[in-house]
Every structure is written in structure tokens, then in C-alpha cells.
Design a protein around this ligand. Structure first.
Ligand code: FAQ
Length: 313
């Protein structure tokens, strides 16, 4: 009886747009749903540094390098805010990281694709950050307080990331014929994986029902994907690039673009660890973590020393 009453009160708070805070009562399924989503989001930010890190030492100018470096550092920061938000749900950062290290936890499919040319840095910023913003702007209004507040800061930084990528791709698109070709090739390779970032169709999305009821998701996978496509088609036109989808067509009645079907076999294979770079990404993360052992030991030794000094004083 008690739980039904608590559940009703919980849902009434959600319906009244009152944020749920860490010490509030919440159903176990709501807690688990958020632990899963926020930690996967954090892992995506952390693993997402790798495709761009690949180009840091090969950036074509000092300016390009400094800007890319700043962007990658922002991604690390986003990961840290998100792990902090996830920890407020009663599970430690070590537990979340263990799930990533062992390959148990998911992270965004997009980061399992390779970045082959400098134009890919443009495509990642323009399309991947562009898709991330569309999703994250809606998450600023998610029902869990720490997640919603984290998103506000993250979204400000993501807007800069999207512009950084669009500048790169626009410069290449108006450069030499070879540069334009490189920009088009990057768009060709990143378009479909970017629109698959939003997840499966709503009809195949087992988590959407609860996510919408609890206002964790403020829009569904398909709604967000459509919104991203509608924004991005025009941006491609401005710089003279072609979206690689023969079925893309403005639908006057819907006031939106119709578009072709994604390759869901490819999507699920990537999600299950079969992406072109899946093994490499996880190995690199584990190597970096293991190589950083001495830093963690030094930090702990320093903290222990400070604590024992305070205890003596
Ligand atoms: N990749 O029932 P749904 C960024 C899984 S941040 C891998 O629809 P849900 C910044 C899903 O987990 C990018 N797995 O799931 C950046 C579930 O499996 P599970 C990350 C995916 O949660 C830019 C199963 O499929 N953003 O890019 C994917 O309701 C540049 C069924 O799916 C976020 O994480 C996928 N794409 O909706 C950084 C935003 N899609 O867990 C560096 C927060 C689905 O039950 C450089 N997350 N799956 O075993 C969300 O909004 C949601 O979690 C979705 C998925 C929309 C990702």
C-alpha cells in the first residue's frame, strides 16, 4: 500500500514538473533507468575523445589544433559532470567505470567509426555534436535535477563544438576540388551513423515508454532525429554539399523532410561491439586507465598524507 502511495506521489511530482532530487524517494526502476542512461552518456563523452584525439597532432594549423584541443578537453569535462550526476543515484564511479572497462556498458555507436581525414573533424563537430545538441537541449528539461542542471552547461559548450566542426567542413567545401571531395566523403561516411545516434525507431525502443512517462526523455528518438535532419539539410545546402540519401525530400504536408531507412543491422552490430573501431576504442581506454595507475596512487598517497597531518594538528 505504502509503495503505491509513494508511486502516485512520485508521478504527481513528475507531472507537475517538479524535479526529482537525489534524496527524494524514487521507484527502483527510475533509479536504474537513470543510472544506465547517464553513465552511458558519460562513457560516450569519454570514449568520444578518441576519434578526435587521432587528429590532434595532425591539425593543419596552430589555431585548428588549439581549438580542437579545447573541444576535446570539454568532452572530458562533460564526462566528469555526468559521472558526478550518475553517482548521486547511489552507485560509485568505480562501478560505472568497471562496466565500461569490461565492455558491459554501452556508449554511443557513433564513436566506433574511424576518423580518416581532417574533414572528418568537421563532420564530427557539425553532425555528431549537432545531433548531440538536439538530444541534449531536450534533456535540459529532464526530470532528474542533477542531470538537467548538468545539461545546461554541457549544451553551451556543445554549441561551440558544433560551430567548430561546421567551420572546418565549410572551409573545406569551398577549398580546392580535392578538399571539397574530402568534405563530401566525410559527409557520406558520417551521415547515416549520425542519424542512428538517436537510437532505434520508437516502435523498437524498449526504454522510451518509461522514459516519456517519467519525463526523462522530453522527446522520442524519432522526433529528435527528425528535428536534427530538418535543421541539417539546409546547412549542407549552404556549403554546397549533398546529403547522401536519394530518398530525402521535403514533405509539404508534414513541414519536414522525408528520408530513407537506416541500416539497422549495421546499427545493432555496432551497438553489440562489432563496429569498425569497437575493439580499438575499448583497448585504448583500458591501456590509458592502466597507464594512469601511478597518478591515482600518487593522488591517494598525497591525500592520505594531508589527512594524517590534519589529524596530528
Ligand atoms: N549507441 O530503448 P532505446 C556526444 C541502445 S554524447 C549505442 O531507444 P534509450 C557528445 C540503448 O542504450 C552522445 N547504444 O534506449 C560528443 C538501449 O540499450 P540498453 C551520447 C544505443 O536509452 C560529441 C537499446 O539500444 N548521448 O555525442 C544507441 O531510451 C562529439 C535500445 O534503445 C547520450 O547518451 C546508440 N546510438 O535511448 C562527445 C544522450 N541508441 O541500455 C565527443 C543521452 C540506443 O537498454 C565528440 N541518452 N542504444 O541495454 C539518450 O538520450 C538515450 O539513452 C538514447 C537511447 C537516445 C541514446
Amino acid at each position: 500500500m505504502e509503495d503505491i502511495k509513494k508511486l502516485e506521489e512520485f508521478q504527481a511530482k513528475i507531472d507537475a514538473e517538479i524535479k526529482i532530487e537525489p534524496k527524494d524517494w524514487m521507484p527502483e526502476d527510475y533509479r536504474k533507468h537513470l543510472q544506465r542512461q547517464i553513465s552511458q552518456h558519460a562513457h560516450s563523452e569519454i570514449i568520444g575523445m578518441q576519434p578526435e584525439g587521432n587528429w590532434l597532432l595532425r591539425a593543419p594549423s596552430l589555431r585548428a589544433k588549439v581549438v580542437l584541443l579545447a573541444k576535446i578537453q570539454d568532452e572530458a569535462g562533460h564526462g566528469l559532470y555526468l559521472y558526478s550526476a550518475a553517482e548521486t543515484l547511489g552507485k560509485s564511479r568505480t562501478e560505472y567505470l568497471n562496466e565500461l572497462k569490461t565492455g558491459k556498458a554501452k556508449y554511443s555507436s557513433i564513436f566506433n567509426y574511424p576518423t580518416l581525414t581532417w574533414a572528418d573533424m568537421g563532420a564530427v563537430g557539425w553532425l555528431v555534436d549537432g545531433a548531440a545538441i538536439v538530444n541534449q537541449v531536450s534533456l535540459q528539461r529532464t526530470s532528474y535535477g542533477p542531470y538537467a542542471r548538468g545539461m545546461v552547461k554541457i549544451c553551451k559548450e556543445e554549441s561551440f563544438h558544433q560551430r567548430q566542426g561546421y567551420e572546418i567542413i565549410a572551409d573545406m567545401a569551398k577549398g580546392t576540388p580535392e578538399q571539397k571531395e574530402m568534405a563530401q566523403d566525410a559527409l557520406n561516411r558520417f551521415w547515416w551513423p549520425s542519424i542512428m545516434m538517436f537510437g532505434p525507431h520508437d516502435s523498437d525502443s524498449p526504454n522510451t515508454g518509461n522514459a516519456v512517462k517519467w519525463k526523462i526523455k522530453r522527446a522520442t528518438n524519432d522526433q529528435l532525429r527528425q528535428s536534427f535532419i530538418d535543421k541539417t539539410v539546409h546547412q549542407a545546402e549552404i556549403i554546397g554539399l549533398t546529403i547522401p540519401d536519394p530518398d530525402l525530400k521535403w514533405n509539404e504536408e508534414r513541414g519536414s523532410y522525408d528520408f530513407g531507412e537506416m541500416d539497422w543491422d549495421e546499427f545493432w552490430s555496432v551497438v553489440k561491439g562489432g563496429g569498425p573501431c569497437s575493439k580499438q576504442r575499448l583497448k585504448h581506454y583500458n591501456d590509458a586507465h592502466n597507464n594512469g595507475e601511478w597518478v591515482r596512487e600518487a593522488a591517494k598517497a598525497y591525500t592520505d598524507k594531508q589527512t594524517s597531518k590534519q589529524n596530528v594538528a
